[in-house]
Design a protein around this ligand. Sequence first.
Ligand SMILES: [Zn+2]
Ligand SMILES: [Zn+2]
Length: 420
Amino acid sequence: MKKEKEGKNMRTKNLSKHQNFTFAASKWFKTTLFISAALMITGCSAVNAKSDPSVLKNAKSSDQEIEVHVLDVGQGLGIVAISGDDVLMYDGGDRDYSSYVVSWLRKNGISEIDQMIVSHYDADHLNGLVGALNTMTTDVVYAPDYACDTRVCNSFHNEIVEQNIELIHPKPKDTFEFKEATVTFLSPQNHSYSENNDYSLAIRIELGDSSLLISGDAEYDSEQEMVSTFGNKLKSDVYVAGHHGSSSSSSAAFLDAVDPESVIISCGKDNSYGHPHMETVKAFEDRNLDIYRTDQQGEITFTMTEDTITFKEQTAPDPYALGSKSIYQNQSGNTSQSTGNHHQEHQQDHHDEVHHNQTTNNSQPAAADYILNTNSHKIHVPNCKSVSKMKEKNKQAVNDSIESLKNQGYSPCQNCLKGY
Ligand SMILES: [Zn+2]
Ligand SMILES: [Zn+2]
């Protein structure tokens, strides 16, 4: 089916094996007449502006890319992945959000779910899927095999039976194709968990060199089993935090194996469970992950291609929301004088592609040593890919040393300033 792309233009164009330019333009970028094209080289990228309007006008989801939407469903989880005209839906949020999820699908031109995955039968994951089953055509449903007798479970099973939908209880290592990507089930590996959450179907989506891991509400026991079965094969670029960022999930061994660069936490604002738990966010911070949160930023959207992952422009989450200021203190250390030359060289190599569209609010002079994120308190070199994702109001260009910036409470980005 077709899908509206208005305001969500993202496109990756492969220019050669070693040069991949990701063109990302959100509404926000457009309204400020600032179009950025991130230049992906050795983990860092240049903020460029390419003024070829055809690149953006023709943008549409191709079979070679996956657009992933982690919906804002409050305290719950709901994910829609779109590749070409195929739709994969993983969970759908709780009852209060069921009609929102259905209208979201409709608004995006979706009337058919090609593959639906029920992580587990808890209401905050299942309700919206029942809404989708009610209103859409669904080809295949993957769900865990454990007894459930709640009202929403009964509605779910009635829909499956009435519509004669194929219901599959997958085993770990089972796979299916989602356009060009391969989806592998990682769990559950057991039939007698004490927690329903541990029955969650965890999946890993792999498209070329790009990968995404979603573990539903899987907790410690299931995570340990995944680690012992799959080990480093769990390695994924993006991780949707298990159980809404609860400390009962995202255990150290699991995070070591998944070793993501970005983590997305789906939870409700001021939820009664205290999700995400402070120690979990701290663990993500300690690993220098880019953290995205639906409670603070709403829907989180990114595009995967075979070799790039591009997050849509989003407000940076407030790392102080949990009162965990101490994580930015005690940055003792290393007094190395960085000039950022390494990255400037890259920028010069591609000078031809670099044009800065002047905006009325351009806070990024080309001569700046570093760009600060005044919200997340990170230091980046000007051409780091994170800079292209940053809100203009949080950007501050500075000519200063890393040491001095550290003393002001800033910490170096672990992508572009690794080792400082
Ligand atoms: Zn849940
Ligand atoms: Zn649950």
